[in-house]
Every structure is written in C-alpha cells, then in structure tokens.
Design a protein around this ligand. Structure first.
Ligand SMILES: Cc1cc2nc3c(=O)[nH]c(=O)nc-3n(C[C@H](O)[C@H](O)[C@H](O)COP(=O)(O)OP(=O)(O)OC[C@H]3O[C@@H](n4cnc5c(N)ncnc54)[C@H](O)[C@@H]3O)c2cc1C
Length: 477
C-alpha cells in the first residue's frame, strides 16, 4: 500500500482542522484570523473525509435553530435551564461562556454574510430561537467562502484515523483516501471538529444498546460522522465526558426517504404502537420537550420500531399545522377508524377500543385548546397513559395518520474539553489537541433544544484561536 507523507518545509507553523462542519470551519477561520491579526504566518489546513459536495456532516442538513433572542443574547435563565436539563451533570461554565459570547458570535457570522431570521418554530412556543436564512447549508457556504478567502487549504476525501504524538504533543494525523492510500499530515496543532459517532452502528450498539445500531439516520450527512476522530483521540489518552448512553433523535415519517422528514403534530392526536395501543403521554410537554424520548421509545420499545400518530379532522383547524410536518408523503386518510385500522395494518378491535377509551376520558368540548402552549386540556383514560395537554376526542372524519420511526441526529458522549476547547487527558490538556462541536461531550440526559449548533460555532471559534495562541506562547517559552 502506498504511503504518502506530506510534510511542509516548516517555514510556517501548521494547524490542522479535521471536519468541514460548523465547528471545524469556525476553528479554521478563527485560527487564521488570529494569526493574521498577529501578523504571524500560519498554514491552516482543513481536512474532511467527504468530497467538496458531500462534506458538512450534520451542519449541511440542519435547519440550525439557534437558542438566542433577536438581540442575539440567550434568554435569562439559560444556564440554569441547561443544568436542569442535564440533571445537574453539565458544567455551568461551559454554558456561561456560550451565553457571554453569543452576541459577538452572531456579529462575526454576519460579517461573513450570514443573515439571521426568527421564524416560528414548528407549532408550539418555547425558548426564543434565531435561524440563519438558508439553514446549515447557507452557514456552510458562507463559512467555507471565508475560509478560502483567508487562505485555508481544503483537503477533501481524507478520513482521519490516527493522531501522531511525539514527546507528549500532537504532531499530526494520518488517514486514508477512498482508494485506501494512507496519508500522513504534519501539524503543530490539531483541532477536531469531526462530529459524534451517530454514523457508527458498532459504537451505537456498544453505548446505547443493540437496538440503537438499527436507528434510521436523520440526514445523509449524519452517516458521515462515524466516530473515527473520537476513537483516534481516545487512543492517545483523551478523556471522555457527556452522556454516552444519550443521543438526540426525532420522530420522522417512516415512508419518507428525504432528509429530516419530521412529523411533529403527534401532541395533537393519539400515538399507537403496532398492537394498536397507546404507550406514552403525547401531551406531556411542548413538542421539543417530548420528541427525543418518543423517538427513543419507538426505536427501543415499540414492536417493529414503528408507531402511528392518528388525528381527526380537527388537526386541520390548527393554524399553519403543516409547519410541523416536513414529510413529502401525504397523510393516510380514512373516513372511519375501522378503515384506518385496515390501512395501517393494525388490529382493528384493539385500535377501536383504544380510541373509545381515550375519547370517553376527554372533555366534551374543545374550549381552551391551544396548540402553541401547554393548554392543560388533560385526560386520564382507564388502563392507558394520561394525556396531559391537548386531549381532544378523535371523532370528526376524515381521520389522518402517519407511520413514524425514530431518527438519530447526534450522540451526546464525546471528548472531555475545557473552556479553551483543549482536549483533556489524564494529566490535563493534551498539548496540541483541541476539539469542538458534536465530538465533545457536554450534554447529559436529553439534548438541550437548539443549542448543538450554537456550541459548535462558539467552541469551534474558541478552539482555532486558542490553537494559534498556544503555538505562539510555546515559541516564547
Ligand atoms: C436534520 C438536522 C437537524 C438539526 N437541527 C438542529 C437545530 O435546529 N438546532 C441545533 O442547534 N442543532 C441542530 N442539529 C444539530 C447540529 O446541526 C449539529 O450538532 C452541528 O451541525 C454539528 O456540527 P459539527 O461541526 O460538530 O459536526 P458536523 O457538522 O457533523 O461536521 C462534521 C464533519 O466532519 C467530517 N468527518 C467526520 N469524520 C471524519 C474523519 N474521520 N476525518 C475527516 N473528516 C471527518 C464530516 O464529513 C463532516 O463534514 C440538527 C442536525 C440535523 C442533521
């Protein structure tokens, strides 16, 4: 096998960034900007396993809702909400830094041409969010253009598999091209922005349980994050953090082959499994508070990994209800529940009994129904889970249904990093190694809503600048 060693003439320091998603691009840009400010020549190379057209991992496919107010600050109570979400396991300082740098981050992104808007988030209200116009694909375009403008060298189709260490510091990486040529690249510092292990069935089975290996992946780019970068860092002593048994997942239309065909109207109907039985409280909270657990329940506990949301015609009375359905597949429509059972292949008797019992527990009128907030319209059907909000009887044809499965978005466990995005080993920071974004572990329990992109951008930016500053400092010592 051919082994290609690329070693620069060492006139300039070299920073290697692995992964051309949000975290990696921010790292590459900020390293280059910091070097330019200091008038120090530094070569920054950004390596991605995919081609120019395919790179970008989750970023390329992400709508990128970002948990900031229109003034680009976090909402009051943001840090506490993050700690609460994690069951007290997350590090407050990590989120405090996100809070303190958000305004500056958005200004920086806007200077590269990224524009933001604040569209409504599906149907239910919740924390304030902004979104880059054009989503993650537009972020990718603008950040890549800026990186190229600054002279960052892009290397595609090189999958990093190993990190090289000499005298206790990271001095490069090696990887493989699609034809299995081994390529080694020298570096004075390496920044890892190459995603979680959502695309690695073996690691998913190991950490989340066997059933996780069969998770649908929410987007084509999700499959590209196969944990190789994380494994390379672990092999040289990197410590881990974050919840290795956790992963963000969302309910999608089982029939669709599109990216992210989420169906998020389930709080306004009933959800049954393949046996025709309800199995959770569809109205336990706002959609973004229940979707992850629901998606996991389908994958881990439902027969066949599938469930069915069924509503009646009143769904269509909810203003803009289509905003919460991103599937190109039309709903399955039936004029009776008997017919619906047949169309979905569900046991008719059980489905009819499930809905009859559910309907009997609902209030007779829909007064007070409000899809946008937890409206308190609860019901407590016998021998079924309660429905805490939005409980309306299913009685007005046509009945509508979507078959659903859980789709994996990103894993929560990753590398342990400090506030400077340095990867931590047993004795403290591993010299010359930095990481940001999904490859790092800072989330526990359920993923915090609309924070994944924000942290990739902020800590990517921190990582690149810090990599440069540490190199400068090491020259002086
Ligand atoms: C459909 C969808 C919806 C989402 N919605 C939101 C949302 O609304 N709000 C939010 O905050 N977050 C959301 N997310 C999550 C968010 O987009 C991601 O967490 C974020 O984009 C991660 O950025 P990253 O740079 O860490 O990783 P990625 O963007 O995944 O980039 C990783 C890069 O590394 C490359 N790579 C992987 N392994 C290697 C290797 N061994 N060698 C070289 N290169 C490698 C990949 O090709 C890829 O280009 C969503 C994600 C998806 C897919």
């Amino acid at each position: 096998m051919l082994r290609v060693i690329m070693r620069a003439t060492m006139k300039h320091a070299e920073i290697l960034v692995i992964g051309q998603g949000a975290a990696g691009l921010c790292a590459a840009i900020s390293a280059k900007e910091a070097a330019d400010e200091a008038a120090v020549p530094v070569k920054v190379t950004l390596v991605d396993a995919q081609s120019d057209q395919q790179c970008g991992g989750n970023t390329r496919w992400s709508p990128s809702n970002i948990r900031l107010k229109v003034d680009h600050q976090v909402e009051p109570g943001f840090v506490n909400a993050m700690l609460e979400q994690s069951g007290g396991r997350a590090e407050a300082a990590y989120f405090e830094q996100i809070a303190s740098q958000s305004v500056e981050l958005v200004k920086w992104l806007e200077s590269m041409g990224v524009q933001f808007q604040s569209p409504p988030y599906y149907l239910a209200r919740g924390p304030a969010r902004i979104q880059p116009i054009g989503g993650g694909a537009s972020l990718l375009k603008h950040l890549t253009a800026r990186a190229v403008e600054l002279g960052v060298q892009l290397v595609h189709e090189l999958r990093m598999t190993d990190l090289q260490v000499e005298a206790g510091r990271v001095v490069g990486m090696s990887g493989r091209t699609p034809d299995q040529t081994v390529v080694a690249l020298h570096a004075d510092a390496v920044v890892l922005g190459c995603g979680g292990f959502e695309g690695n069935a073996r690691m998913l089975a190991e950490h989340l349980g066997q059933a996780a290996a069969g998770f649908r992946l929410i987007s084509p780019g999700t499959a590209h994050n196969d944990g190789a970068g994380m494994l390379a860092a672990l092999a040289i002593g990197a410590q881990t953090a974050g919840d290795f048994s956790g992963a963000h997942a969302e309910p999608i239309d089982a029939r669709s082959q599109q990216s992210a065909p989420v169906v998020l109207i389930y709080p306004y109907g009933v959800v049954v499994n393949a046996l025709g039985q309800r199995f959770f409280d569809e109205g336990a909270g706002l959609m973004h508070e229940t979707w992850e657990q629901f998606a996991h329940d389908m994958q881990f506990n439902c027969p066949g990994g599938t469930a069915y949301v069924i509503t009646d015609a009143s769904l269509r009375d909810i203003p803009d209800y289509q905003r919460a359905i991103r599937s190109e597949q039309p709903p399955i429509e039936a004029s009776s529940l008997e017919e619906m059972a047949g169309l979905l292949g569900l046991p008719q008797d059980t489905l009819l009994q499930t809905v009859k019992t559910f309907n009997a527990a609902c209030r007779p009128s829909s007064q007070g129904f409000d899809a946008t907030v937890t409206d308190g319209l609860a019901c407590y059907p016998a021998n079924q889970p309660p429905k805490t909000n939005w409980a309306l009887a299913l009685q007005r044809p046509p009945f509508l249904a979507w078959p659903l499965v859980g789709a994996l978005v990103y894993t929560l466990g990753g590398l342990k990093t400090d506030l400077h995005a340095r990867v931590l080993g047993p004795q403290g920071p591993i010299t010359g190694l930095y990481a940001a974004g999904e490859i790092t572990g800072h989330f526990y329990g359920l993923a915090p809503n609309s924070v994944a992109m924000l942290r990739a951008l902020i800590y990517g930016r921190i990582a690149g600048r810090r990599a440069f500053e540490d190199l400068e400092e090491s020259k002086m010592s």
